[in-house]
Ligand binder design. Structure first.
Ligand SMILES: C[S@@+](CC[C@H](N)C(=O)[O-])C[C@H]1O[C@@H](n2cnc3c(N)ncnc32)[C@H](O)[C@@H]1O
Length: 188
């Protein structure tokens, strides 16, 4: 799946243009790549579960969860173009997802929320506690927040990843940490 993304570095002019008006869905972000690989390597995390991918972008993490055996994956993003991109990428990868453009309109119980690279915007920090209220388990992948200290989240892994196509981001943004919050019931 990841090999389908262009692996080369974008010309500087194209990268600057994109920074002006980011098409988030056009990239497999380093955190999305790392969380996708983590889920594929640990399919028990998602197997048989109803999963929400919050801020799905291209859909890379949602698709990884579906391929790893989730019972249902709801891909959620506020950007309508991201939803289109996710639909196309799901079709290309021959997985079935469900879709939501509004987290608050997702009905029914949710076992696991997966979130990659949405904390670039501090306005999204309040979502961290909302996720814990909504699902028994939450997995966050992030390389943007320094000194991440949001109990009950705890760091469970740390891996290196590179955004594709390569935006030539500084090394710190390739240092991705995975944080987990889980209720006792979810751990049983
Ligand atoms: C940097 S991209 C990450 C995409 C993907 N998770 C990945 O790692 O490749 C962030 C995505 O989060 C979405 N997003 C940001 N705030 C959101 C919100 N409040 N609700 C849903 N999606 C949001 C953006 O539209 C964007 O598609």
């Amino acid at each position: 799946m990841n090999k389908d993304y262009p692996q080369g570095q974008l010309p500087q002019e194209a990268a600057l243009r994109l920074m002006d008006q980011p098409y988030y869905w056009a990239f497999c972000w380093a955190s999305g790549l790392v969380l996708s690989e983590y889920i594929v390597a640990n399919p028990d995390l998602v197997a048989g579960k109803r999963v929400v991918d919050f801020g799905c972008g291209s859909g890379v993490v949602a698709i990884a969860a579906a391929k790893a055996g989730a019972a249902e994956v709801v891909a959620c993003d506020i950007d309508p173009v991201a939803m289109l991109a996710t639909r196309e990428n799901a079709e290309l990868n021959q997985v079935t997802l469900t879709y939501s453009d509004d987290f608050d309109h997702i009905d029914g119980s949710v076992d696991l929320i997966i979130v990659a690279d949405v904390l670039y915007d501090r306005d999204n920090f309040p979502w961290l506690s909302r996720f814990v209220d909504r699902a028994g388990e939450v997995l966050i992948a992030d390389s943007r927040v320094k000194n991440f200290d949001f109990p009950p989240y705890r760091q469970i892994d740390r891996r290196s990843g590179c955004t594709m196509p390569d935006l030539d981001e500084s090394a710190e943004f390739r240092d991705v940490r995975i944080y987990q919050a889980a209720t006792e019931a979810a751990c049983l």
